[in-house]
Design a protein around this ligand. Structure first.
Ligand SMILES: Nc1ncnc2c1ncn2[C@@H]1O[C@H](COP(=O)(O)OP(=O)(O)OP(=O)(O)O)[C@@H](O)[C@H]1O
Ligand SMILES: [Mg+2]
Length: 252
């Protein structure tokens, strides 16, 4: 589904992503781990079009992505959590889900003049769909609350609701479990599994190892810009290079 080959992203002299190659298979939940500063977020930014690669190739379902603008990549069905604007704090939860970019004809100027009735019915359909998405994430109680009043964990669920609203084929999630309490973390795990069963492929950056090990297969490990290992939880856990990367060489 996604092919990354010899990808390099340099900032001046720093090669934040340094000759990284991997393939994501459709319908997997792949984990991406590595110590702080390993280049994980930069890899996401480069795949999603926020950064132009210094060199290398990226293909999504056989289509070259390098050089495409983020919104073009988004419309191809590749969504990253960061790509969706942060929740608008003053807007309600429902409104936050409804404003996720989609082919909404209501946004087009001429349609407001030419096809008011159609726009109205599309608005109704959009609202119904947003309500369905909120129900899936058990957020319907909060639909009328302002986003700024949600807890950190509820904000993470809202972020995932907005991802689902975009109907992605591939979703890149940057630390979906960060700052989330254990109960809500389990909810997030369950929802990601359910969405994966419905056909969405995921690539997930996460520091919580229980989360990664229980949810993700395979797991990619980055350190200092490089991909140093990929395999299942057992292979990754038992690899001395991975341990070494986390301990900063202390294990050597
Ligand atoms: N826009 C930028 N300009 C310059 N350097 C950058 C930029 N973005 C990232 N870097 C550098 O690239 C390296 C990788 O950073 P990145 O944020 O990708 O790491 P990460 O693996 O996501 O870390 P963390 O787990 O802390 O989120 C770091 O050395 C960082 O300082
Ligand atoms: Mg990061």
């Amino acid at each position: 589904m996604l092919e990354v080959a010899h990808l390099v992203k340099a900032f001046g002299g720093v090669r934040a992503v340094d000759d990284v190659s991997f393939t994501l298979r459709e319908r997997t939940i792949t984990g991406l781990i590595g110590p702080n500063g390993a280049g994980k977020t930069t890899l996401f930014d480069t795949v999603a079009g926020m950064h132009r690669p210094t060199s290398g190739h990226i293909a999504f379902r056989g289509r070259r992505l390098a050089g495409l603008a983020p919104h073009r990549i988004f419309h191809l069905g590749l969504v990253r959590t960061f790509q969706i604007p942060r929740p608008f704090p003053e807007m309600t939860v429902l409104e936050n889900v409804m404003v996720v970019p989609a082919r909404q004809s209501g946004e087009r100027f001429w349609n407001n003049w030419i096809a008011r009735a159609r726009v109205r019915s599309e608005e109704r359909a959009l609202r119904a769909r947003a309500q369905e998405v909120l129900a899936f994430f058990e957020l319907e109680r909060l639909a009328g609350d302002r986003a700024k009043n949600l807890s950190g964990g509820q904000q993470k669920l809202l972020e995932l609701a907005r991802v689902l609203m975009a109907e992605p084929q591939l979703a890149l999630l940057d630390e979906p479990g960060a700052g989330v309490n254990p109960t809500l973390l389990q909810t997030i795990v369950d929802k990601l599994r359910a969405l994966n069963a419905r056909g969405i492929t995921f690539l997930v950056i996460e520091h919580n190892m229980d989360f990664v090990m229980s949810l993700c297969d395979p797991i990619l490990v980055m350190a200092q810009g490089r991909l140093i290992q990929q395999g299942n939880a057992e292979q990754v856990r038992s690899d001395p290079r991975v341990l070494d990367a986390y301990l900063g060489g202390a294990a050597a």
